[in-house]
Write a protein that binds this ligand. Structure first.
Ligand code: ADP
Ligand code: ADP
Length: 228
């Protein structure tokens, strides 16, 4: 299990006067699902990008289990808003690529796992053989989610993961995430950026509200809301 620690974080992008994050201190406990919400520009994606290691803070440190992160790593699965699939690989290849590097399991075992997870997110055989460009935005988002699931990292980082899908699909994918989280032998630590307050409350144990690069509210969600 992994704890994510943001310690005295300040972020200022080149050429901007304003700080995107100001004196941010935040601990995401191991096994927690935490949503980050707030208006556009408040610093949600910046916070997530720090945790993924794609962005280095101007000052302060981001730590996972007390060690400072220095870049992206296979200990953190990510889903970006823009899917970031490899266009030259089929869906199946996109899914198995990272795992083939990380795992010593035979190729066939990895492929079988990938097919299972793709079926879980609702992508049939035809879609699995397609290239990302042949799929709708919502289908590409499912691929990105499947890729994160199969990597089975202790930390999941998601930026508006379910924003480009219809409501029925969104509900399915939310349930899938929660099932996976509940079934897992070791609880995933999940940080999810969303604009959708209902989604934040449904998914998470805790909702952190950002405003102008600072934490405005930090709310525990005492019980999971049943789906209507
Ligand atoms: P979101 O609100 O979901 O974070 P944004 O529209 O704010 O999406 O940002 C989309 C992308 O544009 C991000 O990669 C972000 O880093 C970049 N971006 C946002 N604001 C600026 C800016 N002022 N200058 C340059 N890039 C920006
Ligand atoms: P959110 O995800 O909540 O919309 P962001 O983290 O994307 O917010 O952005 C926080 C602030 O940093 C905003 O003022 C945004 O314009 C700015 N920003 C984000 N990315 C960049 C970038 N690459 N270059 C310059 N400014 C950026």
């Amino acid at each position: 299990m992994s704890t994510i620690l943001f310690e005295d974080i300040n972020v200022k992008y080149d050429k901007t006067e304003q700080y995107a994050l100001k004196n941010l201190n935040l601990t995401i406990q191991a096994g927690q699902i935490v949503s980050l919400i707030g208006p556009s520009g408040c610093g949600k994606s910046t916070t997530l990008n720090l945790a993924s290691g794609l962005l280095t803070p101007t000052s302060g440190a981001v730590k996972i289990n007390d060690s400072e992160i220095t870049g992206p790593g296979l200990d953190r699965g990510v889903v970006f808003q823009n899917y970031s699939l490899f266009p030259w690989m089929t869906v199946l290849e996109n899914i198995t690529f990272a795992l083939k590097q990380k795992s010593k399991e035979p190729k066939e075992v990895i492929t079988k796992k990938a097919i299972q997870i793709l079926e879980k997110v609702g992508l049939d055989e035809k879609a699995q053989k397609s290239f990302p460009s042949a799929l709708s935005g919502g289908m590409q988002q499912r691929v990105a989610i499947a890729r994160m699931f199969i990597l089975d990292a202790p930390v999941f980082l998601m930026d508006e993961p379910f924003s480009a899908v219809d409501e029925i699909t969104r509900n399915q994918l939310q349930d899938l995430l929660l099932n996976l989280w509940e079934e897992g032998e070791t609880k995933k630590t999940v940080l999810v950026v969303t604009h959708n307050i209902d989604e934040a409350i449904f998914l998470s144990d805790r909702v952190v509200v950002l405003h102008d690069g600072q934490i405005q509210e930090d709310l525990a969600i005492p019980f999971k809301r049943p789906r209507n």
